[in-house]
Design a protein around this ligand. Structure first.
Ligand SMILES: Nc1ncnc2c1ncn2[C@@H]1O[C@H](COP(=O)(O)OP(=O)(O)OP(=O)(O)O)[C@@H](O)[C@H]1O
Length: 273
């Protein structure tokens, strides 16, 4: 993983991070009669931490699923790295450089920490079974290179002591950290985190916040996250997009969004038209 000097990533004049990495343009998504997302547009800039927030049922997870290609919106476009995205299968999206973690941890519970993180390298593996059958050399070299990346991630996340432990036996906070490790193993350009702190105690939240900031600053990884804990969102993110009933009601730096009356009303549950 390349080390990127974070001071190089902000625009000196505007204080904003780099170029647009992903753009959501006028996207609408329905499930039968239910409109989960209505005409939403926003962008995610290179090197930033972008939060997506909103009350329950606001459309946050649906938005994340559109960004990573699980759902194809009925209307609108997604632009990634300057190109309009065609309808892709999820594994093709992973190959494009987008990785994610899930609201409910999605790990192989019977497998060790090490093996779970190794599965994150699958999209990066080039040498297939054919190679291994005719000549082990290149496949072996590739395996060693993948192991090196995985070992660096294990060191970085401070989980050496559980590298051989079955993930199902780990406490919740550590499982979340292993899931982050697996997503990082794909060396994504864009990392999507769906409620990375959900169900954690204060100490676990502090640890996870620190790892998220370190991933962003040390690897230059762009991060979009959904999070309910407002304190965490305000501390971590460069910019926040706020959804309510599938519509965008706020977008900007944390301080600005915090003062937005529509956002305050939405969180207080004020009735709307
Ligand atoms: N697969 C689906 N089929 C039908 N309706 C769905 C589906 N997924 C989401 N919805 C509906 O779309 C709306 C937005 O849901 P979504 O899960 O995206 O919201 P959310 O902001 O992530 O909520 P939460 O904070 O509770 O996780 C809700 O009304 C939900 O019931």
């Amino acid at each position: 993983m390349a080390f990127v000097d974070p001071s190089q990533m902000r625009d000196a004049d505007t204080g904003q991070r780099g170029d647009v990495l992903l753009r959501v343009e006028d996207v609408s998504l329905s499930f039968g009669g239910v409109k989960a997302i209505t005409a939403i547009s926003f962008d995610i800039r290179q090197g930033e931490i972008r939060a997506i927030i909103g009350p329950n049922g606001a459309g946050k997870t649906s938005m994340l699923n559109v960004i990573n290609g699980f759902y194809h919106p009925q209307e609108g476009e997604i632009w990634f790295r300057g190109k309009k995205r065609k309808a892709l299968k999820p594994h093709q999206i992973a190959n494009e450089g987008i990785a994610r973690t899930f609201q409910n941890i999605a790990l192989f519970k019977g497998m060790s920490t090490l093996d779970n993180i190794m599965t994150g390298r699958l999209t990066r593996m080039k040498k297939n079974m054919f190679w291994q059958a005719i000549w082990r050399g290149p496949a072996e070299r590739e395996e060693i290179a993948h192991r090196e990346v995985v070992e660096r991630i294990i060191d970085f996340l401070e989980i050496q002591h559980i590298r051989k432990t079955s993930v199902g036996r780990l406490p919740y906070g550590l499982q979340k950290r292993v899931e982050l490790g697996r997503a990082l193993a794909a060396e994504p350009a864009l990392l999507l985190l769906d409620e990375p702190m959900a169900g954690m105690n204060v100490e676990e939240k502090e640890d996870m916040s620190r790892f998220i900031i370190d991933v962003n600053q040390q690897f230059g990884t762009t991060i979009a996250l959904i999070e309910h804990d407002m304190g965490v969102v305000m501390d971590l993110s460069d910019r926040v997009v706020v959804l309510d009933y599938g519509k965008k009601i706020g977008d900007g730096p944390p301080d600005e969004v915090r003062r937005n009356q529509d956002v305050i009303d939405a969180y207080l549950g004020v009735a709307h038209d």
